[in-house]
Design a protein around this ligand. Structure first.
Ligand code: NAP
Length: 314
């Protein structure tokens, strides 16, 4: 049996692992199918305290992993596909290779994934011009026009990154005001390669038959009129969905996010000994630093819970 398992290896998971490992709990981190989480796909991280010079998201996550391992955390690749919780533990986690792990305490830090547009062409053109990661795919689209959908920090960050490759970048936003932070707005609005397509949504993407993106049909959200915008790629950056499907029968969820019954006081879920942290819980802040803070809280809560539990078992 494991004392403590952490599912997820983003800032919440690795921070929980650092704290739990320093408390000599020898946590096992099940890293998921993208070790290091979403931040590994980001380019420069400029707002993580302690790094006055920007550093790459991948490097930040590597450093967190090394820090956790230095204190005795074990990081295992793999995906949890099924859970069976028992109040007070042990819980049973089934991995995608069929193996099982039985932790006394568990921290869920499964993060989130990009939200899709919901267009019929999306599946056919995924990885053929429709992408959810400019860092991953941007360099394939050099000296051609590309589009980014969304008005938040992610969309603007993607747009700025794409200016290194594309001939022009169109940011398609459904409203007439951006959601992103002021500093990002300023950079984008002043960039000579970026054009804002205000009050616009994508009604269709051409051309699934050609197996590549050639244009999008934009619909004006106010007049309802449509127009064609030629582009070779569409980068979708319209927010994220929590990775919580495997907990749907085991824990109360609110809009897919895990509900913490006593949120202000504790990171414990409604199942005793099961804790949660990061984007799978948090709909409001969703920053790497807030996820890290939540991971820290969950590890402290889990450690205290485990020591009480082990004491009463003596
Ligand atoms: P977000 O802030 O939730 O923004 C999502 C954007 O997508 C919004 O502009 C939204 O429009 C639009 N949208 C949502 N659903 C849509 C749909 N079906 N069709 C068209 N547009 C749609 O998400 P995010 O940009 O991923 O950012 C998430 C969090 O991470 C935020 O707190 C952000 O500050 C943070 N973040 C920070 C940085 C940084 O500091 N460098 C970088 C990336 C992310 P509306 O505005 O109309 O709702």
């Amino acid at each position: 049996m494991e004392k403590l398992v952490i599912i997820g290896s983003g800032p919440a998971g690795y921070t929980a692992a650092i704290y739990a490992a320093r408390a000599e709990l020898k946590p096992l981190v099940i890293a998921g199918n993208q070790p290091g989480g979403l931040l590994t796909q980001t380019t420069e991280v400029e707002n993580f305290p302690g790094f006055p010079e920007p550093l790459q998201g991948f490097e930040l996550m590597e450093r967190m992993r090394q820090q956790a391992e230095r204190f005795g955390a074990r990081v295992q690749h793999g995906l949890v596909s099924k859970v069976a919780f028992k109040a007070g533990g042990p819980h049973i986690l089934t991995l995608d290779d069929g193996s099982t792990v039985e932790p006394m305490a568990l921290i869920i830090a499964t993060g989130s994934r990009p939200r899709e547009l919901g267009l019929p062409e999306e599946a056919a053109l995924r990885n053929r011009g429709i992408s959810y990661c400019a860092t991953c795919d941007g360099a394939f689209f050099r000296q051609v026009p590309v589009a980014v959908v969304g008005g938040g920090d992610s969309a603007l960050e993607e747009a700025l990154f794409l200016t290194h490759f594309a001939s022009e970048v169109h940011v398609i936003h459904r409203r007439d005001a951006l959601r992103a932070s002021v500093i990002m707005q300023k950079r984008v609005l002043e960039h000579p390669k970026i054009t804002l397509q205000w009050n616009s949504v994508i009604a269709a993407v051409s051309d699934p038959k050609a197996e590549k993106v050639t244009a999008v049909t934009l619909k004006d959200t106010q007049s309802g009129k449509t127009r064609e915008l030629p582009c070779a790629a569409v980068f979708v950056a319209i927010g994220h969905l929590p990775n919580t499907e495997i907990f749907a029968d085991a824990l109360p969820l609110d809009n897919g996010r895990i509900v913490l019954p006593d949120e202000g006081q504790s990171s414990m879920t409604s199942i005793e000994g099961v804790f949660a942290a990061g984007d799978c819980v948090d709909a409001r802040y969703r920053q790497s630093i807030t996820a890290a803070g939540m991971g820290c809280r969950a590890a402290i809560d889990a450690e205290r819970w485990l020591s009480l539990r082990l004491e009463t078992k003596k």
